[in-house]
Design a binder for this molecule. Sequence first.
Ligand code: TYM
Length: 329
Amino acid sequence: METVVSGIRPTGNLHLGNYFGAVKSFITMQEQYKCFYFIADWHSLTTHPHPANLRQNVRTILAEYLACGVDPDKATIYVQSDIREIPELYLYLNMNAYIGELERVTSFKEKVRQNPNNVNAGLLTYPTLMAADIIIHHADKVPVGKDQEQNMEMARHFARRFNQIYEVEYFKEPASFSLSDKAVKVPGLDGTGKMGKSTGNAIYLIDDESTIKKKVMRAVTDQGPTTPNQVKPEPIENIFTLMQIVSDPSTYEYFNDKYNACEIRYGDMKKQLAADINAFCAPIRERIEYYSHNEALLSQVAEKGATAARESAARTLQDVRQIIGFRRN
Ligand code: TYM
């Protein structure tokens, strides 16, 4: 059976980008693969979170995984920092990673630009830690959104490099996975780029009806098309993309036809989109409420996941130590 590994950083609540880029695949894949889903709390240390926030955010993602339908009886759900073998593999991979190639990673360069006062080594070696997460369980498939493509390329690269240096065929090259034929990029509604926590344009699974409506009604639009079948400018395309992701295909078709006939009323479209997002989020929201108050269950899930993930990771590290030339323990 093929193995699936993926994770999400605990930096706040899950938003629609996280759901449609990753979590939706988690739920589908747990039915037919051996799945490892974790909370990437080590990765979140690059921004130096306060310990109380870190703890709370890990709980939040755990509750939200369960609320979305990630099932601890079908998948191994764990917290990255419970698996000490991961930093050991990270160390080995770092020995084979070159500063130049790490400095060329686009997301690193972006972070340097955004935060010139916090260019730490963890940020630079983010891709080797992510590679360790993935190859430690010999993942075949990694469900992620489009923004993780370069990190995935690096993971394959480091797996290959390890094999080359030690002249073994040990690590597999993991493939990115998405449910549709192309990588998912959930757009923001502020007229630019993707939906993200740091960009302040996210709609969260936990958002209530009026918050969703407020966010959607604020979406950037224009004067409307003036010629039939006009190409949509980016902010408009983004609203349509979100509708395509969340709404019924017939709803999308209806508004698309209206646009093409120059009869679109953005207000109506936004109201419909807000209603559809709310219909999608409402049941998840209720379950988040339930799970986030069930501390005992969350601990139990994390404990069970840690045991299974440690077992898998320890097997790999035993091989890796031997391959590198350390004594077998
Ligand atoms: P993170 O925490 O930023 O995001 C978690 C997942 O959500 C996806 N995502 C999106 N997908 C589509 N459209 C969007 N607007 C959008 N925003 C977020 C991301 O692609 C991701 O799949 N480096 C990872 C965490 C990580 C990881 C791993 C993932 C650490 N180790 C090993 C897979 C395997 C990250 O920062 O994701």
